[in-house]
Design a protein. Sequence first.
Length: 379
Amino acid sequence: MQAAIGYLRVSTPEQGRSGFSLDTQRRDIGAFGAREGFTITSWHQDVQTGRGADALQLRPGLAAALKEARLRRCPLIVTRLDRLSRNVHFISGLMEHRVHFIVVALGKDCDHFVLHIYASLAEQERKLISERNKAAAAARKLRGQHFGLQTVSKAEQRRISALGRAAKSKAATERAEAYRVHIEWALRQPGFFPERRISFNCAADKLNERSIEGPKGGVWTGTQLQAMAIRLGIYHPLAFLPRGVARARVCAVWEQHPEFSAEQVAASARIEHPLGMCRTWKLLRECRVAAAKRSPVHNRVGWHLDKFTAARIRIGAIWKRHPEFTAKQVIRRLGPKYAVRLPWVQKVMRECWRAYGNPTPKYWRIGRRAWQYRRVRKS
């Protein structure tokens, strides 16, 4: 008797768990072998759909069965042609490469012409099955029926979603671990500027120069390298801070120390990579301009922007609310945050009075000069 390889396939996991279809296929192939003089030496099976031309990648059982059949020079037996594949291109490729397979339903001596016809019918049947399933699902949706996760409780949906996220995260971590050595090497390389660390884009270029393929088979990008470094727990600060991050750091320092210059702000920002004096000065000016636009007194007087801008704005707000205050009272209201001198505060207050020229009688009655005059008269 001649040796042969048996191959079994079902499309859904439910059929694979039940085993009814697999047992039926095994029984049919065994009976055919006993009738035609074949001895089934090994069995291979898959639980996978039969569509698509990439069957060998999706079905490891079929790949192993074909490899064993080639090595032992024996035929591969299936119950029906659609158990082998529902794709005409795949079936014709097997016949082109002279892979000997036998279909139980078609007999031992079936020629290539008949196999081509039945392969076309199997592919057409797959298309019709897909169309019928889509039409049935659309009709059930119109009737208000639910599918998939919608049929289970909310807690079960959250549990399944959490399992899916955990599985994806585990797969991404395993994929990143395979490139840990390359990523660490790239991030240790010198950057474009000697005083700074290498950026993620430059590190990605280093990997591309060495012809190291990315996780998906393409070229490396800085964003992809950064995401994988974060997933691996590799700390590598940015070589160039984004504009929003740099503005937030500069504004935070300016709010605490409004009298700082650009050099002092860059030194106090606590950023591992220097911002640069030109960039720091521009961001600092943006903070001052934004504060000046919010101050009506600053807009009325027209002060220039410098390191005393915040102090002028604060003095103008105090003067606007309490025009009867003296310079000493304004300094006490300012607090220790603004280190200013008495003559300078007097000068700023005079500029405020001058900008609000021709005040109303109300302002003259409560103004500082009128207040001092009334105090002298009473004394």
